[in-house]
Design a protein around this ligand. Sequence first.
Ligand SMILES: CC(C)CC(=O)Nc1cccc(-c2cccc(CN)c2)c1
Length: 232
Amino acid sequence: ILRGSEARPHLKPYMASLQLDGQHVCGGFLIAPQWVLSAAHCIEETHGKLFQVLLGAHSLTEPEPHKRLYQVHAQFPHPGSNIHNNKDDLLLLQLEEKAELNADVRVLPFQREDRDVAADTVCEVAGWGTTDHSGSRPDRLQQVERPVISRDVCNHRTRHDGTITRNMMCTDSRRKDTCKGDSGGPLVCGGVAEGVVTAGSRVCGNYKKPAIYTRIAPYAAWIDGVMASADA
Ligand SMILES: CC(C)CC(=O)Nc1cccc(-c2cccc(CN)c2)c1
């Protein structure tokens, strides 16, 4: 998160850190006791290894009352996701067991009604992604508020030039923005997860490249189907 601020500890109890060998790689969030939603791009550099999922955390390193690292039983990237574009950039992770829910570990509802969030709506996004252009990585969860921009503005030829589909949405990226390591985290508008951070043009803090999110509502049936079908 570029030019955000430290989140109030444990006030975003749905946040997950997807880790490999103890290193934060991507964000994610708890959508059910045994399920975390993230971005498919995050598995690009895992070389077949499974993530571990840290829940209940504010600091990535300090001991905290309800912090716990969960093993992943299975990972389900959306079948339409691929490395060449941002389409269907969603990843479902089934935890090895139901997360113990408490004050610091809670499920975040996601939007099921497939209707665009109005432009200028101020939403918030959080993550342990890089906080500056030299790639500094924070120990504690950061957050930032960003206004939604319309798909037409986001698709302007000087911005994302027609690549933003109806399954995506954008927020203004002037100065304050998401960045490397924030992928997979939720865009929360009015207390509901409307989108999942995608890397997009992998540029941060440049107003010419608005932040892109995969809208969740169009994928509600896929999410429900995977959760229902996967063996417990
Ligand atoms: C395996 C993946 C973690 C690789 C990856 O994502 N790299 C990468 C590099 C630079 C910027 C970003 C990035 C992320 C989220 C939002 C944005 C744009 N605001 C950029 C992402």
